[in-house]
Design a protein around this ligand. Structure first.
Ligand code: AMP
Ligand code: MG
Length: 587
């Protein structure tokens, strides 16, 4: 996986008090002034109602007690882009726009709040957690009621899927509710996923089932706590609405239940957002979208810079390389690395059949529908390159010939950026300080042994973080540590250990304690293993959300040993049944 040619011959990659807009009122006219009249004020200057909002907040905490004062705005997006002129949610090919107005289809009740992320609720949305326990929240977060200011939008994008141009894709089951400016001044886009059909639903039903929604909720929040750039999830609401799915595309259609995740990102634009404009011959709109993204999301790039699109490309290439290196460092495989699932902000988005690998295997493919292993964990760096090539193609209409050459040069540097970052992260995982010529060898040697012995990726590194050098030499100690026991069965383990210990000994006055602390801070003890998600999903399917809650709680502190997690076996060898688990694209 981490692309290293090692000496052993192995190639490894390496939101005013406003009347609440009920859906029905909104349906009559998305131009209804009551719904978004406050949007006529500038976003940059606090309007009287925004000031009132802040006055209505608890004076101690500046948090909102309830949702009456929570608002979003679509003003910026609607003013920046022409909208689809065709109204309605019927499926169609859409041209000359970035967004289509589209109303969520409320989930049929009864609805249950299965999970919330307190961090997102309090620290991004500025809401008191208690406010989420209301019927208001249940309806707002499931598409049944529209937040003040919301003009729900479905984004038009395209994408390369499994290597081929797939044409128009778009938000087929997601609705952008609007932007929320929080007390820190951050702007977050709120989106519902599973909220019904849009013009982009193609043959889909616009819904998401409980299993995939639990996975997205837990997966994205866990990734955030691991320190990996990602979209966030505020809540998970489940319903009794029947949703038909053929989970393994073998004709066995099952009745599942619909769920909606309220998710957030600073921006949901993807590589595919630009691709569709370039491919449809809409250069003005392409330029328009690029200018918007640069202005809003890339503050270090001057809008006056004649090379701004090139600088933008350079930044995305860099950040994408860094993101994938981070994925690799925690053993995360996205599963569907299509260009429509690659964020222009280089954050992890669109959680589907992702997986954290158990045994180290560069060929680990989390998506059972991915027969060719195109999106195996070890292929992600190369797939990133492919996707950035597609991004360059999309940018071509706005680049001069010289800039295109410059962009090609930028792309040539991608491999090195990735490699350097991946190595840095792996060195950190091994507690190595400074630079030594043989560090790559030492890392590759370890990974090869892990591959040969099918040692657990997460726990091998974690257990190396939990022992002193002296204990490492003591077979009685390593024997008690299941992942290290597997690793130490390799015939070359003693040789590697010798090199590792010598390397650590050359780190000046670095102590065992310091090294272990550093290593424990980068080597998680708990990741969302498939069997853990599956166990929580089986309970959630019968309306027991205790394990979703437990996992969510544990995974917010993945680097800290926790009693409840130990009791649940989250750091133990995965159960045998985990090996038979399958996760497909069906969601
Ligand atoms: P994904 O593989 O989840 O990234 O989805 C690829 C495309 O299929 C996107 O345009 C999605 O909006 C769309 N899509 C996936 N599932 C559904 C569904 N159940 N209903 C409508 N569109 C869907
Ligand atoms: Mg997607």
């Amino acid at each position: 996986m981490f692309r290293i040619v090692c000496a052993m011959g192995a190639v490894l990659l390496t939101s005013m008090v406003k009347p609440v807009c009920l859906q029905e009122e909104f349906c009559q006219s998305v131009n209804n002034a009551d719904c978004h009249s406050h949007d006529t004020d500038s976003n940059r200057q606090p309007s009287p109602h925004i000031l009132q909002t802040y006055l209505n907040r608890s004076s101690d905490t500046h948090m909102l007690h309830d949702l009456d004062n929570f608002e979003v705005s679509c003003k910026k997006l609607i003013e920046a882009f022409q909208l689809d002129k065709v109204p309605g949610n019927f499926v169609r090919t859409v041209k000359n726009c970035i967004f289509s107005k589209s109303l969520p289809t409320p989930l049929k009740g009864p609805l249950r709040l299965a999970a919330i992320s307190e961090d997102v609720i309090e620290n991004i949305l500025d809401l008191e957690v208690a406010s989420t326990q209301s019927d208001d929240f249940l309806h707002y977060a499931s598409g049944g009621r529209l937040l003040p200011g919301s003009v729900p939008l479905a984004h038009r994008y395209g994408g390369h899927q499994f290597g081929y141009w797939a044409g128009q894709l778009g938000d087929g089951r997601a609705h952008l509710l609007g932007q929320h400016t929080n007390r820190k001044g951050e702007i977050w886009e709120l989106q519902l996923k599973g909220s019904g059909k849009t013009p982009y639903s193609r043959s889909g039903d616009g819904r998401a089932v409980i299993r995939s929604s639990v996975r997205e909720f837990l997966g994205s929040e866990a990734m955030h706590s691991l320190g990996v750039p990602t979209s966030r999830a505020a809540s998970l609401i489940v319903s009794d609405e029947p949703v038909l799915r053929d989970p393994f595309y073998n004709g066995n259609v099952k009745k599942e239940r619909g769920a909606i995740v309220l998710r957030l990102a600073k921006s949901w634009f993807r590589i595919g957002s630009l691709e569709i404009l370039a491919r449809s011959g809409e250069p003005d709109l392409l330029r328009n979208l690029l200018n918007f993204v640069i202005e809003e999301q890339f503050p270090s790039i001057s809008s006056e810079d004649p090379d701004k699109y090139l600088v933008f490309y350079d930044t995305v290439v860099n950040e994408t390389a860094h993101l994938i290196a981070q994925w690799m460092s925690v053993g995360f495989a996205h599963g569907v690395c299509n260009t429509d699932n690659f964020s222009l902000l280089s954050i992890t988005i669109d959680y589907g059949p992702f997986g954290f690998m158990d045994s180290y295997d560069p060929n680990f493919v989390p998506n059972t529908s991915d027969d060719e292993g195109r999106y195996s964990i070890g292929a992600q760096a190369n797939v990133g390159l492919f996707n950035l090539e597609r991004l360059l193609e999309a940018l071509r209409p706005v680049l001069t010939p010289e800039q295109q050459q410059g962009a090609k040069q930028v792309l040539k540097g991608y491999g090195d950026i990735y490699h350097t970052r991946a190595q840095q992260l792996l060195k950190g995982k091994l507690g190595l300080l400074g630079e030594e010529e043989d560090d790559e060898y030492l890392i590759a040697f370890l990974l090869k042994m892990m591959e040969d012995t099918r040692s657990d990726f997460t726990m091998t590194f974690r257990q190396l973080s939990e022992v002193t050098v002296q204990q490492l030499h003591n077979t009685e100690v390593t024997k008690e540590l299941w992942a290290l026991r597997d690793l130490s069965s390799h015939k070359l383990y003693a040789e590697w250990l010798g090199l590792y210990v010598q390397r650590l000994a050359r780190q000046g006055d670095d102590t065992d304690e310091d090294r272990q602390r550093r290593m424990r801070n980068v080597n998680p003890r708990y990741v969302l293993r498939n069997w853990m998600a599956e166990s929580a999903i089986r309970k959630a399917d019968v309306d027991d959300f205790s394990e979703v809650e437990l996992l969510h709680h544990i995974l917010t502190r993945p680097y800290l040993t926790q009693d409840a997690a130990e009791k649940a076996g989250y750091a133990a060898r995965p159960p045998r049944w985990a090996q038979r688990l399958k996760v497909s694209c069906s969601s």
